[in-house]
Ligand binder design. Sequence first.
Ligand code: SF4
Length: 374
Amino acid sequence: MSVRPYRDIQRRPSRRIHVGPVAVGGDAPISVQSMTNTATSDVRATIEQIQRIAEAGADIVRVSCPDEASTVALRDIVRESPIPIVADIHFHYRRGIEAAEAGAACLRINPGNIGSRERVREVVKAARDHGCSMRIGVNAGSLERDLLERYGEPCPEAMVESALNHIKHLQDEDFHEFKISVKASDVFLAVAAYQGLAEATDAPLHIGITEAGGLRSGTVKSSIGLGMLLWSGIGDTLRVSLSTDPVEEVRVGFELLKSLGLRHRGVNVISCPSCARQQFDVIKTVEVLEQRLEHITTPMTVSVIGCVVNGPGEATMTDIGFTGGGRGTHQVYLAGVPHHRLKDEAIVDHLVRLVEEKAAEIEAGRSEPSAAAE
Ligand code: SF4
C-alpha cells in the first residue's frame, strides 16, 4: 500500500522493445527523445547538436534522413553519438535500408506507405539483420486518403485504424520490435487517439503532441496532452515538439515526467511567485540558480521561498530549503530541518554549494552497496 495513493500512477502494461541499449515499454523508465534540426549531411553540426541534446538528458535522438547524403552521413553520426539514433524515413524504403546499414538503432517508417510487400520485407530484413527496432508514426496531418474519405476528417478512430494497418504489415513479416505514435497538433484528437490505441495493442507507445508551437504555447499544449496520458498510465517514451532549440524539448520532457513523479533527474526547484512580502529577489535568484544547477543530474528537491508565509512548510518536504527572513537574515533548511542562517549576500553561490555537496553525498551513498558487493 502506497503512503500517498493519490500520487500513484499505474502504467499500462506494454511489451518491451529496445532502441539500441535503451529499453522502451514494460517497466522501463519513460524515455525522453528529441530530434535534430541540422542538415543531416552536415555531420559536424549534427553531432554537436546531438551532444547538446544528450547532455540535457535525452535518452534517444531522432535524425531525419531525407536523401542518400543523409544516410551516408548517418554512419559517422552514429559512431560519435552518445545516445541511440532513430532514423526518420518517409516513403523511401531504400533510405530505411541504408539507415539500418548505417547503424541506426530504430527506423521511424510507416510500412504501409513504402509500397509493395516486397519492399516492406526488404526493410524488415535490414532492420532484423542490423538489430533495429521500428517506430510506426501516424500523424493526423498525413492520414491515408481512403481513411480520410471514409471518416470525413482526421479523427481518433481513423488514426487508430491507420496504426493497426501499419502494424499488420510488420506482424505479417513476424516483426514485433516496434513502437507506435498517433500524433496530432490538436490535444483532444491526440489524447483520444492514444487512448484508443492503448486499448487496441500492447505495443509500447511513443507519445507526443505534434507541431505544438513555440516554447511557451508548445509546452502548455504538451503538458496538457502528455500530462493527461502519462497520468492515466499511457506512454513509454515521449517527445515534446517545440519550434525552438531541441535542448528545450528535452528539458520540458523531463520537467513533465518530474512533475508526475515518473522520472527524477536533476534539481526540482520549488519556488514562490514572490510578492511584496519577499525578503530577497526571488525571481532573479531562481532564474540564476536554475542555470547554475543545470549540470546536476542527481535527483533532489530545493525550495526557494520569499518569506515565512510558505517557506518553512515547503522546506519540510525538500532536501535543501531556503526561506527569506527579516532584516536580510534568511533561513537555510537541510532535510527539512532549520540548519543555519544566511545574510543577504551570495545567496545563489551558497545554494549551489549546498546542492553540489548534497549531490555528492547522494551519489556516494548510491555507489556504496555496489562497492560492497564487489
Ligand atoms: S511565500 Fe511569501 S513572498 Fe512568496 S508569494 Fe507567498 S507571501 Fe509572497
